[in-house]
Write a protein that binds this ligand. Structure first.
Ligand SMILES: NC(=O)c1ccc[n+]([C@@H]2O[C@H](COP(=O)([O-])OP(=O)(O)OC[C@H]3O[C@@H](n4cnc5c(N)ncnc54)[C@H](O)[C@@H]3O)[C@@H](O)[C@H]2O)c1
Ligand SMILES: O=C(O)CC[C@@H](O)C(=O)O
Length: 528
């Protein structure tokens, strides 16, 4: 039974989901990094919000970890690069808290426009300062939206409802989508010059860090108001402080900060600043949504292999997962065979090609290619799985190509994996028998029909009389039983191949004896 640890304050509904799905779950929010490292080893899954920092050190202490689930959107508290390198899937819940966060941004905009927090504090303090709190209307004002994805689009929709004019800067926003949303797509400079209110809804990346830099803040209209419910680091806080002090910026509402928890900041001393402690996603509804979603996604992955909303792996729907499973196994086995044959020769791989023909060509091929790559690379590089295989290949300069053949051949499904090295191309192909059982049908262009077995021996030899007898005797003399025996050849008297399955691993001295037999070109022990 898979084991999951919930290390942040997720809604208790997530615990129920894990239990109902047959997953052992521990709910331990609030542990220190050292305490977490001390207990993480047995867990297959880790579910977090933003408090837990899923660092390299934590993952190194988690040899069983297969999936990190983020109940929320931003994964900046997860070292995704390390997770990918270690073959750990990282998934988030991209929509569950979007409405709530958009509503928080709108609430912050109202709070700024009417100075609600200050007015509330003053009234509660017994001062009836009716003249002090003169606000501004939102009606007819221009809202500048930096980032128009899930949350930005909802903010745009609500702002249009308030009869604001919305201009959006987002390089990935299409004109068509902008028209659908009722927003005007503009460049950043134009947004800075036109907006009465600016709201940020991008992730924090190298491109967006300090997108409201000192220079860009200076370009903003006199009296502009700024709202940030996305990520600290998008706004230069020191420059914002100066602009607020000088009155160039009339107000700022911040839910997120460069350093969190933010317990001390010069911005806190300014009247025209409204702050909340990263509350964007903090509603009962959003927390229920993300907790249920992350628990279901993680359970699906751990129990069926279905992958949704992964940051570092292609998606496999819950419906596809059982259908794809035997094809993934076929891809892994074929990759494993090609990889072991290549490893035995010590050749450096320059390219890996995966070809699809027949029924398999109509399936979701990304996970199949990833499984084939993992199969090829594992014998050469150790712990490679579908998550890290594409990255490992890219890092080593291995070109990966996928080809789909329209033609229908002898098999209803045919998957071929070719490993290209400086010396030669090695290709192997296979099919599924009864849509379920992987079968090898070709090695290096030579037809051969064989099932995969845990222990196999592959021999290439010259197609001349005498080989089979000597080979059989060599194994028999060593007390090794041949379970199945398959032969193939390119042409009479040409290259021949022999693939046998054995009841156990082949001892090294017997392999050496086989290699020394007359007519043998090479012999490789295989394991699957
Ligand atoms: N305050 C909170 O509690 C809270 C809650 C949820 C999400 N968030 C944060 O809100 C942000 C947005 O979330 P989302 O769900 O809308 O994400 P999203 O991926 O749907 O949208 C982000 C948008 O930013 C755009 N973008 C990327 N780079 C850009 C650039 N250089 N300039 C302009 N636009 C750029 C993308 O094209 C995309 O449309 C994330 O950082 C997320 O972590 C905060
Ligand atoms: O979990 C939270 O409270 C914050 C979540 C938010 O920052 C997100 O990116 O989804």
């Amino acid at each position: 039974m898979p084991k999951v640890l919930i290390s942040d304050k997720l809604s208790p509904a997530s615990v129920e989901i894990f239990k109902r799905r047959g997953i052992e779950v521990d709910f331990k929010p609030g542990l220190s990094p050292a305490e977490l490292r001390a207990i993480i080893a047995p867990y297959d899954g880790l579910a977090v919000r933003s408090a837990t920092k899923v660092t390299r050190e934590l993952m190194e202490a988690a040899p069983n970890l297969k999936v990190v689930g983020r109940a929320g959107i931003g994964v900046d508290n997860v070292d995704v690069t390390t997770a990918t390198a270690r073959g750990v899937v990282v998934m988030n819940t991209p929509y569950g808290n979007a409405i709530t966060t958009a509503e928080h941004a709108i609430a912050m905009m109202f709070a700024l426009a009417r100075q609600l927090p200050e007015a509330s504090a003053s009234t509660k303090a017994g001062r009836w300062e009716k003249n002090r709190f003169m606000g501004v209307e939102l009606f007819g004002k221009t809202l500048g939206l930096i980032g128009c994805g899930n949350i930005g689009s909802i903010v745009a929709d609500r702002a249009v409802g308030l009869h604001m004019k919305v201009v959006a800067f987002d390089p990935f926003l299409s004109e068509k989508r902008a028209v659908e949303l009722g927003v005007e797509k503009v460049e950043l400079n134009e947004l800075l010059e036109r907006a009465d209110f600016v709201t940020l809804h991008t992730p924090l990346t190298e491109q967006t860090r300090n997108i409201l830099s000192r220079g860009n803040i200076a370009r903003l209209k006199q009296g502009v108001r700024i709202i940030n419910c996305a990520r600290g680091g998008l706004v230069d806080e020191a420059a914002l402080y100066d602009a607020l002090k000088s009155g160039h910026v009339a107000g700022a509402a911040l839910d997120v900060f460069e350093t969190e928890p933010a317990t001390d900041s010069p911005l806190f001393g300014l009247e025209n600043v409204v702050c909340t402690p990263h509350l964007g996603a903090a509603t009962a509804e959003a927390q229920e949504n993300v907790a249920l979603q992350v628990a279901d996604q993680m359970a699906d992955f751990l129990l069926t292999g279905a992958v949704s909303n992964a940051i570092n792996m292609p998606s496999v729907t819950a419906e596809e997962a059982p259908r794809l499973k035997p094809y993934m196994e076929l891809a892994r086995l074929l990759g494993g065979l090609a990889g072991q044959l290549t490893a035995a020769q010590g050749d450096a791989i320059t390219a890996i090609r995966v070809e699809y023909e027949g029924h398999v060509a109509e399936l979701n091929r990304k996970p199949l290619s990833a499984a084939a790559l993992a199969g090829v690379l594992t014998p050469l590089m150790g712990a490679v799985n579908m998550v890290n295989a594409p990255v490992v290949a890219r890092e080593r300069g291995i070109e990966v190509a996928e080809t789909v053949h329209e033609r229908r051949g002898d098999y209803a499904t045919l998957l071929r994996v070719t490993v290209v090295t400086d010396r030669q191309d090695r290709s192997v192909a296979g099919t599924l028998v009864g849509d379920a059982k992987p079968r090898l049908v070709e090695i290096k262009g030579i037809p051969v029909e064989a099932d995969f077995a845990p222990h196999m021996l592959y021999v290439t030899n010259q197609d001349k009389p005498g080989f089979i007898g000597r080979f059989g005797m060599a194994l028999a003399n060593a007390g090794i039983n041949i379970a199945t025996f398959h032969l193939g050849r390119s042409a009479q008297g040409g290259d021949a191949i022999c693939l046998v399955s054995l009841d156990g691993p082949l001892p090294e001295p017997v392999l050496a004896e086989v290699r020394a037999l007359p007519l043998v070109v090479q012999a490789t022990a295989l394991s699957f």
